[in-house]
Design a protein around this ligand. Structure first.
Ligand code: IPD
Ligand code: CA
Ligand code: CA
Length: 258
């Protein structure tokens, strides 16, 4: 399954990188006028679902752009064909293809392909996380005020307005915050020790499935609200020393509601 995920992500990455039309425009909008889909999101998802249908015909699929089907094997592929669409639309380099395979609610395999960085992240449950062939470990301990934490803002105005208020209260308590524009890449950057932590409200399964496994396999902790798994309400990933403190503070600041 790892080999299949890697090859599907590689092919979609090449298509997105080399096939991006110079006059790329918005094909449709989803949750709000700034939540856009391009023809390339759809083409990349078609490529991935076609590849999976050929190699894993019994498996189910959940794709962001609607390429979903019920399987019979118990395995389900969770796909974001292009995470970071707004960056892609503007020609910014931070975007990725995210592919995960899960069974019984547990992610078994995760691949995040970031072509403009020339990076492929992968993890298999219990087998560690890798950037290419290099094994990843998240950062070491640091006091919260020296931590670099990334976040994201939802496309829906009411959600992002409250998110901005949470970030305003968080900034003075951290080294700094970042807004990269791809949740999958943010999670991989926690895995690679390039961030101490990451949090966001409003993620869907395809945004986080692969990156969450990669972060955990690199030794980071991930979760949602206290006692919960990463979910739409809240996703937090951080080094083991930062995790509970950051999650507790986010809960206190109401990062899980609008
Ligand atoms: C988005 C990106 C972004 C995050 C949004 C996601 P998309 O995914 O991951 O960083 O802030 O919440 O929806 O729309 O580019 O696939
Ligand atoms: Ca996404
Ligand atoms: Ca997407």
């Amino acid at each position: 399954m790892l080999a299949i995920a890697r090859e599907a992500a590689r092919r979609a990455g090449v298509l997105l990188r080399d096939g991006r039309p110079a006059d790329l425009g918005v094909k449709a909008t989803k949750s709000s006028p700034i939540d856009v889909v391009t023809e390339m999101d759809i083409a990349a998802e078609k490529l991935i679902t076609g590849y999976l249908a050929e190699h894993r015909p019994e498996d189910g699929i959940l794709g962001e752009e609607g390429g979903s089907r019920t399987g019979t094997s118990g395995v389900r592929w969770v796909i974001d064909p292009l995470d970071g669409t707004v960056n892609y639309l503007y020609g910014l380099p931070t975007w990725a293809v995210s592919i995960a395979a899960e069974r019984d609610g547990e992610t078994l395999v995760g691949v995040v392909e970031a072509p403009m960085r020339g990076e492929t992240f992968h993890a298999v449950r219990g087998g560690g996380a890798y950037l290419g062939e290099h094994r990843l470990a998240c950062r070491g301990a640091a006091p919260m005020e020296q931590c670099l934490v990334s976040t994201g803002f939802n496309y829906v105005t009411t959600v992002r307005t409250h998110q901005a208020e949470v970030a305003r209260q968080l900034i003075p308590r951290l080294r700094d915050i970042r807004r990269g524009g791809s949740a999958a890449v943010d999670l991989c950057d926690v895995a690679a020790g390039r961030l101490d932590g990451y949090y966001e409200r409003g993620l869907n399964p395809w945004d986080l499935a692969a990156g969450d496994l990669i972060a955990r396999e690199a030794g980071a902790l991930t979760g949602g609200r206290p006692g919960e798994r990463p979910a739409y309400d809240l996703t937090v990933a951080a080094t083991p020393t930062l995790f509970e403190q950051l999650r507790g503070l986010l809960d206190e600041l109401g990062a899980w509601h609008d």
